[in-house]
Design a binder for this molecule. Structure first.
Ligand code: SF4
Length: 416
């Protein structure tokens, strides 16, 4: 059997695809690079925006055209959303689709492929230079714009010992492990633990590997986690990605994000990121949410301006099936939402380049994520000024700014 794998969406999805890849390897199944050469295709889907779901559907149709005899399985979020989406052809009716699997249920994907893999175990190495480690699934919140919680269900934390065992094996092949999930800040709420406790154990029970957190709500960073994020950057990357979504409390309430306000967000990230020369602060913002006024938009740009962001992901509101936001009044015209998004992206780009420029001359802990390209502890991309450095190598470097591009010059002892 030959299987073609393709992933859409977030790191949690990418982790699940690596787990499927591990299952296929265990079953002795060959992975191929093109649907044209495959017996089966497995698409891991994203539904966070309408465009993301359209990309998936286009891929399924393309594979069917390329290879009409292919048998297709779709996993991820779209199978959990399609039931609520009267605006589109039901996913199950698309050409060649034989199986729909909600989320990252690897055993269910195996069954859909007709494979019986007795004892599934997570792969000890993944395809990326940095490894992904999903620690939980689902979310207990109900943001009015979000379809993910509909698709993935309530928060479910993985067993800590199982996570640590997997991290120990991954750390033998990967210099950095990226902690992911759907709502990682809620890790442990269902088993009496916490993300801070888990990360503390991961650092203590593995050697030298660096951990990086993916998206976490700013107000979910407790003191223990804050100490880890601002402590030994060789073990925990000094990087917080905290969704803001809006700088207007009125809009946050309409989004159903009632667990913080603009000022509590500001206090939480300022405590961590301010007065630190080396700290990556990034976030997400949605523009054009129903009812958003120019004053709301100004509140967002003012807040973003005032905080030490080093990167910002700016999205335009995307109406999603089965979400409460569909029933809200005050739709924002497309051209207005697009103009607001451009303004925020421009602001974010200025802040990012100002931060990068300030890093020239300093020492950095760099991981080679590809030949000639590296990633610093504070999530800066840097060209690597030595082609003896191989992918997945980790080295100390001095950062230099060369024609507007950061360059990591390895400290001599690392290359001799
Ligand atoms: S916190 Fe909100 S946006 Fe994030 S997954 Fe949960 S419901 Fe969706």
């Amino acid at each position: 059997m030959k299987v073609f794998l393709k992933t859409h969406g977030c790191r949690a999805n990418q982790y699940d695809t690596e787990a499927v890849r591990g299952m296929l390897a265990q079953a002795g199944v060959e992975e191929v690079d093109s649907a044209a050469d495959a017996d089966y295709a497995v698409f891991n889907s994203c539904s966070v925006t309408s465009a993301a779901e359209s990309d998936l559907r286009a891929d399924v149709r393309r594979a069917a055209r390329l290879n009409p005899s292919i048998r297709t399985v779709v996993m991820g979020c779209a199978p959990g959303v399609t039931k609520r989406d009267e605006s589109r052809t039901p996913l199950a009716t698309l050409p060649t689709i034989e199986g729909l699997v909600v989320g990252g249920d690897v055993a269910a994907v195996g069954a859909a492929l007709g494979l019986a893999v007795p004892a599934l175990h997570a792969p000890s190495a993944q395809t990326g230079s940095r490894a992904l480690l999903r620690i939980q699934d689902g979310c207990d919140e109900h943001c009015t714009f979000c379809v993910t919680t509909n698709a993935r269900g309530a928060n479910r934390s993985r067993n800590a010992d199982e996570i640590i065992d997997e991290a120990q094996r991954l750390s033998e092949s990967h210099p950095e492990i990226v902690i992911t999930g759907i709502h990682i800040g809620s890790y442990g709420l269902d088993n009496g633990s916490s993300l801070g406790e888990l990360l503390g154990r991961l650092v203590a029970e593995t050697d030298s590997v660096r951990y990086r957190l993916t998206s976490i709500e700013a107000t979910e960073v407790d003191d223990r986690l804050a100490d880890l994020l601002t402590g030994d950057s060789a073990r925990v990357a000094p990087h917080l990605h905290a969704p803001l979504q809006s700088g207007s409390d009125r809009v946050l309430r309409r989004m159903g994000r009632n667990w913080y306000t603009a000022s509590s967000y500001c206090d939480a990230v300022t405590k961590l990121a301010s007065n630190r020369d080396v700290f990556a602060l990034s976030g997400d913002v949605i523009c054009g949410f129903p009812g958003e006024t120019e004053d709301d938009h100004s509140a967002t740009t003012d807040l973003v301006s005032s905080l030490p962001f080093t990167d910002l992901h700016v999205f335009q509101y995307s109406p999603r099936p089965g979400t409460a936001a569909l029933r809200l009044d005050g739709p924002v015209p497309e051209h207005v939402a697009s103009r607001r998004a451009s303004e925020l992206r421009a602001l974010a780009a200025t802040k990012a380049s100002e931060y990068a420029s300030r890093q020239a001359g300093r020492k950095a802990d760099v991981i080679a994520i590809g030949r000639g390209s590296g990633l610093t502890e504070d999530y800066l991309s840097a060209a690597i000024a030595d082609n003896r450095i191989a992918r997945r190598d980790r080295f100390d470097a001095t950062l230099e700014m060369v024609e507007g591009q950061l360059v990591a010059v390895p400290v001599p002892r690392w290359v001799e």
